[in-house]
Design a protein around this ligand. Structure first.
Ligand code: GRF
Length: 203
């Protein structure tokens, strides 16, 4: 399977994926790493690893639809079948999301449906949550609301700071995202009648 990874910054989830793919010898390869910020650290890391990279500066586009069309063109030119959002901080238009329906995946740093949107760790601390975590989900037009593929839970400590909690969740993300993507690539998941993700029978 051919994978495109979309990033905006650091790219630590991309790194975790690349490392898992190599260590576990996945029958898959990354055909494009695309960033909406040409200075994204993850883009330089990917280029240094010899992965095909593209910087597509969203500020060069007057409208979201025009940026999304250029993004889709870059993805399709790479031949990618699966589109992986890994810290991609742009909202995608409905048209873009529909085009990749069922093969567009995101990781969000909260236990969805709690805390969709930004500042998830701060909000979890403010709410007094005992647990926080991360969610891998299929992307639908409603932000951070698609069918849940997998979740990881981490404890919130009494003296936690936003930075401390965020680091603990990120470490969990690095284990969770490759695992969930592997299930998807191996065709081990299906949607039930309610549109929820379920393991296929016999697995
Ligand atoms: C992660 O916490 C991800 O869940 C969120 O943005 C962060 C990206 O980190 N959407 P990185 O760029 O993968 O290091």
């Amino acid at each position: 399977r051919r994978i495109a990874v979309l990033i905006s910054g650091r790219g630590s989830n991309l790194e975790a994926l690349v490392e898992a793919m190599a260590a576990e010898r996945w029958d898959a390869r990354i055909v494009a790493v695309i960033a909406n910020r040409p200075d994204a650290a993850g883009l330089a890391w990917a280029a240094a690893r010899g992965l095909p990279t593209a910087g597509l500066d969203h500020r060069a586009f007057a409208e979201r639809e025009a940026f999304d069309a250029a993004l889709a063109q870059a993805i399709d030119a790479s031949g990618a079948e699966l589109v992986v959002l890994a810290g991609f901080m742009r909202i995608l238009s409905d048209g873009f999301v529909r085009r990749y329906e069922g093969r567009l995946v995101n990781i969000h740093p909260s236990l969805l449906p709690a805390f969709a949107g930004l500042h998830t760790h701060r909000r979890a601390l403010e709410a007094g949550c005992a647990f926080a975590g991360a969610t891998v989900h299929l992307v639908t037009p409603t932000l951070d609301h698609g069918p849940i593929i997998a979740q990881a839970v981490v404890p919130v400590r009494p003296d936690d700071t936003e930075a401390g909690l965020s680091a603990r969740v990120l470490a969990a993300e690095h284990r969770l995202y490759p695992m969930a993507l592997r299930w998807l690539i191996e065709g081990r998941l299906a949607l039930d009648a309610q549109g929820r993700v379920r393991p296929l029978d016999g697995q």
